[in-house]
Design a protein around this ligand. Sequence first.
Ligand code: ADE
Length: 232
Amino acid sequence: MRIDVVSIFPSYFDGLTLSLLGKARATGLLDLQIHDLRNWAGDRHRTVDDTPYGGGAGMVMKPEPWALALDDLASSGPEAVDRPTIIFPSPAGELFRQKTARDFAAREHIIIGCGRYEGIDERVFEYAASLGEVRLVSLGDYVLNGGEVAAMAMIEAVGRLIPGVVGNPESLVEESHEDGLLEYPSYTKPAAWRDRSVPDVLLSGNHGAIAKWRGEQQLERTRQRRPDLLSD
Ligand code: ADE
């Protein structure tokens, strides 16, 4: 899978050289390329923003650097991909969920455009739709300073679903959100620790009873912490 990221802060993404995703990049499972939007700016000062029409606070990202970047990147992806998926992290987008991650993980070429300031000129989204499938995606109901942190979260959630990235594929199955519920609690040795003991059933060796207990725990936790998931 190829992911191109466009940002005015490419070094935000340095962390993605670490751990499982770093390894996936080194072994070629994930071709992740980070680009500086200013490379497509047209002037000596590499300007990418300007004042908003209609007035208001802050600056808006100019359309032309974005269009040039998207033109270049949309045509430089894997050969088999005609139209890439173009994602813009935005608090005004659809909610990013585990099923969104699964959807994105099945794509061959993703471009992520990270906005800053008060946002990107609206015409960029219309133009991008002529090059690929455009998705505005929000990490949650709060506002970040730009798309970079959201893009990193999405890359990690999507990247770990690429076959081979997580060593033991079974660990992908028994996780929060994979079956619409929160994960059951986990324990390790010692069995007794600071006056707290591991639930007896986990020491029983009775696999049926353990599976039943875990299922009940998942349901109970979800009811308490995320009742919204049960009505979805
Ligand atoms: N950019 C700013 N806030 C964001 C959010 N909540 N999700 C995705 N991108 C954002």
